[in-house]
Design a protein around this ligand. Structure first.
Ligand code: SAH
Ligand code: SF4
Ligand code: F3S
Length: 467
């Protein structure tokens, strides 16, 4: 596995943009359409915005209709088997639009294609796929698509592991209120269950000045919420020797003038520290939400997961952040059914969640990932046994979330109104802690901050009125 970092020179990106112009000319007189579908995390969403950015430079407009699209890109995720099955299902179904429109180009990118067995499967069993490229090759998407168009041959470009860092790739952002800002890519942690270090390679931080520049542009464009993204944001800058820590980066972005807020994810408990918590406290634009994945409440399992903390350290961290930022909202991720997780281990997890009382939790049943150390571990427990634990955990967390939500009733909170809710005539808003609030209001308020009086709640959301 390579530990390289390759900064892509600005001229290379210029070249890619010149290719975009050539593609645009090929479609002269037509209105080409593209569909980009994302299956993964926020980092993948951000990558999709770059793919759409390039496509827009090529003159494409976006569509949701796979039968109308001239180009379809599936940006995939490999984190759990379920995500991969969804991709293969969707990919299989694309034989139909392709049959109707043989000139249609189908591309598959993202974390899945960084695995050899997936690329082999696409080569052999999904012959309607024209282009495959890994997350590291995204910066040269125009060149790859141009080769497919002009040579009419299948192109396979899974990443080489060079650890590419490219600046200046255009974005087409889906949202007008909230923006993702990727500050780093890759992961060095090798949690034994996780595929990400193999699909995204080692940690590479972007230069702080590039990040601040992008944040300034977003604020100037009117974005109200900027979410800083990285697999482990607390190790930001360590690979750069730039002397800027993640906490300092938050302070730098906080000092940009404007009415906007900052969020970030994800923080690894082994690296989250007081420096971060005091920055969160001091920076008025930094939202008071910390997503701190616990994964398990058993020290034995945490060790087997290679997480580098135990429950005692985790609980001390929770105390510290609550002491520093009293109104902090804490959320977490839990994996149920890691190889050999016994009833006793699981009770450990139940005990920690009752102690911490997280505001919300994302729970996953362990999914075996080929090539990770955990895939080699013995696992005597059945899916049904794991499901029993999973259901118990969910039930406990739903109770805690609802109880925590009840505490908001009658309070007035500041929230960013970020869009329309599924319910007719209702808007969605987010509190500083990231809790969803549904408010009846008129659409003109989307993209503004409002004081909301909380009137009701359920497990997943609050309900309120603008005051
Ligand atoms: N870098 C982040 C998140 C990575 S993936 C972090 O360290 O927290 C998001 C979540 O998916 C993880 O927190 C973990 O809970 C879950 N996850 C990762 N690999 C998994 C696997 N093999 N099976 C089940 N859940 C997994
Ligand atoms: Fe995966 Fe662990 Fe890295 Fe998160 S910190 S991406 S869980 S290896
Ligand atoms: Fe999935 Fe890759 Fe993100 S595996 S969770 S899309 S980093």
């Amino acid at each position: 596995m390579s530990i390289k970092r390759t900064d892509i020179p600005a001229e290379e990106i210029e070249k890619q943009l010149a290719i975009c112009t050539e593609v645009r000319q090929r479609y002269e007189g037509k209105k080409p359409l593209a569909l980009v579908d994302t299956f993964g995390c926020q980092q993948n969403e951000e990558d999709s915005e770059k793919i759409r950015g390039y496509l827009a430079e090529m003159g494409f407009e976006m569509t949701e209709d796979e039968f109308k699209a001239d180009i379809i890109v599936l940006n995939t995720c490999a984190v759990r088997e379920h995500a991969e099955m969804r991709v293969f299902g969707n990919l299989g179904a694309l034989t139909h639009p392709k049959k109707e429109n043989p000139n249609q180009i189908i591309a598959v990118c993202g974390c899945m294609v960084q695995q050899e067995h997936v690329v082999d499967k696409i080569k052999k069993s999904f012959r309607h796929v024209d282009l495959v490229f890994g997350p590291d090759e995204l910066w040269r998407f125009p060149e790859l698509i141009y080769t497919v168009m002009t040579k009419r041959k299948r192109v396979f470009a899974p990443g080489s592991g060079d650890g590419c860092v490219a600046e200046g790739v255009p974005h087409l952002r889906a949202d007008k209120v909230k923006a993702w800002l990727s500050i780093m890519n890759g992961c060095n942690n090798f949690c034994t269950y996780c595929i990400v270090p193999y699909t995204r390679f080692r940690e590479r931080s972007r230069q702080p000045e590039e990040i601040v520049k992008e944040a300034r542009e977003l604020v100037a464009q009117g974005y109200k919420e900027i979410t800083l993204l990285g697999q482990n944001v607390n190790s930001y800058g360590r690979d750069l020797d730039c002397g800027i820590t993640f906490a300092q980066l938050i302070r730098m972005i906080n000092s940009i003038e404007g009415d906007f807020v900052i969020r970030f994810m994800t923080s690894h408990p082994k690296d989250a520290n007081s420096e971060l918590f005091t920055a969160m406290r001091d920076c008025e634009k930094c939202e008071k939400h910390l997503h701190l994945p616990l994964q398990s409440g058993s020290d034995r399992i945490l060790k087997a997961m290679n997480r580098h903390y135990d429950t005692e350290k985790y609980l001390a961290l929770v105390d510290k952040v609550r002491e520093t930022v009293p109104d902090i909202v804490l959320t977490t991720d839990i994996i149920v059914g890691f190889p050999n997780e016994t009833d006793e281990d699981f009770e450990g997890t139940m005990s920690v969640i009752e102690k911490v009382r997280f505001d919300a939790m994302f729970t996953f049943i362990y999914s075996k990932r080929l090539g990770t150390p955990a895939a080699e571990m013995s696992d005597p427990f059945t899916r049904e046994e794991k499901q029993v634990h999973f259901d118990r955990l969910l039930e406990a967390q739903n109770r805690i979330s609802e109880e925590k939500h009840r505490e908001y009733i009658g309070k007035i909170v500041r929230a960013l109104i970020d869009g329309k809710d599924r319910e007719e005539g209702v808007l969605s808003a987010r509190t500083s802690g990231g809790r969803l609030v549904r408010v009846i209001s008129d659409e003109s308020l989307i993209g503004t901050f409002a004081n909301v009086k909380i009137t009701d709640c359920n497990t997943w959301a609050l309900r309120g009125e603008i005051v």
